[in-house]
Each structure stands twice: as structure tokens, then as C-alpha cells.
Ligand binder design. Structure first.
Ligand code: DGL
Length: 271
């Protein structure tokens, strides 16, 4: 029997488990939606990979999510959103709606920070792609963006180093960089960073607004579901969490990102 489009799951993917911060925000806002999460742990981190490599991984992951009949595919990774969003949209075509984690933030910044100077931190892939700058410039709102690649932050968080003196010192070193001076807001351009949001806020002591994309993205997903008439009315089944490489330590770390225990299912991308 064919499942009604609205009763199909939302597919979410990331390079690893960082995108669980986005999945958690979606679950909190839209509890009736069934989630299928894929973390490409075999290829982590995406932030240092080439655009071509990330595009190849993203297409493979979409095949899996389409087989699961996902109505929406959310790229819950800034690096993959920067490298592969356009390609994935073309690849998926009319089979599902593809969303990324960058557009909702750009839209918010356009409304809230016209003619102001803001900052961005993210992986090398995200920052060097200039995708945030291009999209913000396209708004034509006179927003000046200062960006800094902060490649140590994602692995640091993944190792459980946050809210301690090591993370304090890494964060302080990055945020003191001359390129990030005189900003009024800072975009957290990586789905790992919500976990260090409080520490970043402490560093700025209220002088700079810290923009966490997970809630903005969850709200955007909700609006898209309404607009497309695809919002589920009842929960159809439990969430599934797939990873391309399984280790017990990944499973242990998921608790940090999703704030509850998650059973990971191993699903190799290439057999
Ligand atoms: N979660 C990824 C992002 O949002 C960063 C981690 C990685 O480099 O794979 O960019």
C-alpha cells in the first residue's frame, strides 16, 4: 500500500553526529514527524574534504533516504550544504524536497541585521566556499560579513571537550582573531557548535548576539511542511539513526548531541 506523502519521514543527514543538534530541535518543535537520520561517520570530517568528494557522498546518502520514502531531505551539515545543495536538489528532482541549514540563517540575518557587520565561524569547506557571503550579498541589505575557519572546533566538541578549560582557550584564541572584531552578531556555521554556544556567549558577555541555526532550521522545516501541505498528523514510527561506520564511541557521543540515548544502525554506503 502506498503511504500518503504527509505520513512519510523526514530524512536528515550530516557528516557524523553533529547534525543531531538539528534533529533534536526538529523533534522538539515537530514531535509528530518521523525522522530518519544518517551520519556519514565513515567519511567524517566533511569540513576538510573536497567539494567533489562531499557531492559523491551526498548523492549516495540521498539514494538511501529516497529508498526510505523521505518526503523532505534536510542537509543538516553546513559543509555539505555549501558543497552539495544545488547538486542534490537536481539529483533528487521531484522525489523529495531538499532543504539546507544555510538558507534559514541567511533569511533571518537579512531581516535582523540590515546595514550591520556580522561574523561567521565554520569549517574550512563552509568558509572557503564563500556560500554565506554570496547568499548574504544577494540579499542586497548592506550586510558586511567577516568569516573565520575554525577547524579545531568540530573535532574538539566530538571528543567531548566543551565547558572546560581546553575548549575555553581554543574558543578564546579563535574569537580574538582580528578578522572577527567589530561584529554585532556571530553565525555558528557548523551543526556541532550549538554545544559550545554558551561558552561563546560567555566570551562575548552580551556584546555580540550568537546565532544558533538549529532552531531557525527547525522553524523553517515546519513552515515548509505547512506550505507544501506535508505536515504529518500522527507519528508513524520511531526515529531511525543510521551511520556508515559504527563504533561504540559514536554511540556514546550521540547522547551529547541528541541529549538522550540513541541506538545507531550500521549502514555502509559502499558495499
Ligand atoms: N557538522 C559539520 C558542519 O556543519 C561539520 C563537521 C565536519 O567537518 O564534518 O559543517
Amino acid at each position: 500500500m502506498q503511504t500518503e506523502p504527509r505520513d512519510r519521514p523526514i530524512g536528515i543527514f550530516d557528516s557524523g553526529i553533529g547534525g543531531l543538534t538539528v534533529a533534536k530541535a526538529i523533534k522538539a518543535l515537530l514531535p509528530q514527524e518521523q525522522l530518519i537520520y544518517f551520519g556519514d561517520t565513515a567519511h567524517l570530517p566533511y569540513g576538510d574534504k573536497s567539494t567533489a568528494a562531499i557531492q559523491a557522498y551526498a548523492v549516495k546518502i540521498c539514494d538511501l533516504l529516497l529508498r526510505q520514502q523521505c518526503k523532505i531531505i534536510l542537509i543538516a551539515c553546513n559543509s555539505a550544504s555549501a558543497a552539495a545543495y544545488e547538486l542534490v536538489r537536481e539529483y533528487v528532482g521531484s522525489k523529495a524536497h531538499v532543504l539546507n541549514v544555510i538558507d534559514p540563517v541567511v533569511q533571518f540575518v537579512g531581516q535582523a541585521y540590515a546595514h550591520r557587520t556580522i561574523g561567521l565561524i565554520g569549517t574550512k569547506q563552509t568558509v572557503n566556499s564563500n556560500v554565506y557571503k554570496k547568499k548574504i550579498d544577494n540579499l542586497d541589505q548592506g550586510i558586511v560579513l567577516h568569516s573565520l575557519a575554525t577547524p579545531l572546533l568540530a573535532p574538539m566538541v566530538e571528543e567531548g571537550f566543551f565547558n572546560n578549560t581546553i575548549s575555553e582557550s581554543v574558543i578564546q584564541t579563535y574569537l580574538s582573531d582580528p578578522s572577527l572584531q567589530d561584529i554585532e552578531a556571530l553565525i555558528l556555521g557548523c551543526t556541532h557548535y550549538p554545544l559550545i554556544k554558551e561558552q561563546i556567549e560567555r566570551f562575548y558577555q552580551g556584546r555580540v548576539a550568537v546565532l544558533d541555526s538549529s532552531e531557525l532550521v527547525a522553524r523553517h522545516v515546519g513552515e515548509e511542511l505547512q506550505r507544501l501541505n506535508l505536515a504529518a498528523t500522527t507519528l508513524q514510527g520511531e526515529a531511525h539513526f543510521y551511520v556508515s561506520d559504527y563504533t561504540a564511541s559514536f554511540e556514546a557521543s550521540t547522547r551529547i548531541f541528541f541529549q538522550r540515548a540513541v541506538r545507531l544502525e550500521h549502514y555502509p554506503l559502499w558495499e
